[in-house]
Design a protein around this ligand. Structure first.
Ligand SMILES: [Mg+2]
Length: 187
């Protein structure tokens, strides 16, 4: 199958470095629960220009990788799936991103740097699964991709009244969801 994964908030642990950076920049000690919106501008009460600078600062730091992310992607790749990395990081960060992926041993077939908020418009056909932490992106993907998994965070909660997405809490669960789909899919 063709599997699409977001990087930040799914493979890379952006939040831990965000919390440290907020402490340094604004003197505030927060926990992940305090990050209640995907928009840091809204959470912190800063302009979007300042938010963009904050995000860039964070991405230049060495983000930790989520537990089992590398091992699960390796396993999925070995099982014959194609790994598409779909990030909202902007183009100048391509090299830094490739280095981070290499240093962390993340296997992938294609890396796409897409416009944040419009990733779902990407010209990539035939994706079977998307794993995202942005609820807005995930919901839009649901019109194009049958299985959309949302990696749980306080900032992506939803009443999910139409079941357009399914929530996952770990890479172990991501693996189980994908295996189940693969075993049901006619070849
Ligand atoms: Mg993300």
């Amino acid at each position: 199958m063709k599997l699409g994964f977001d990087i930040d908030g799914v493979i890379a642990n952006f939040t831990d470095v965000l919390l440290q950076t907020i402490k340094q920049a604004y003197g505030l000690t927060l926990t992940e629960k305090d990050i209640t919106s995907f928009s840091l501008s809204v959470v912190l009460g800063i302009t979007r220009a300042e938010e963009a600078r904050l995000i860039t600062d964070i991405l230049y730091k060495d983000l930790p990788i989520y537990p089992e992310a590398k091992e699960t992607l390796e396993r999925l790749s070995r099982e014959g799936h194609s790994i598409y990395l779909l990030t909202g990081r902007y183009a100048p960060l391509r090299e830094l991103t490739q280095t981070w992926l290499k240093d962390n041993g993340v296997p992938y077939d294609e890396l796409h740097l897409l416009e944040m908020g419009k990733k779902y418009q990407a010209n990539i056909e035939g994706l079977d699964v998307i794993v995202e932490d942005s609820l807005e992106e995930a919901l839009e993907w649901s019109s194009r991709v049958k299985t959309v998994l949302v990696y749980d965070h306080p900032y992506n909660q939803s009443l999910n009244v139409k079941n357009l997405t399914k929530r996952v809490y770990s890479w172990n669960e991501i693996y189980l969801e994908i295996s189940q789909l693969a075993s049901n899919k006619p070849t």
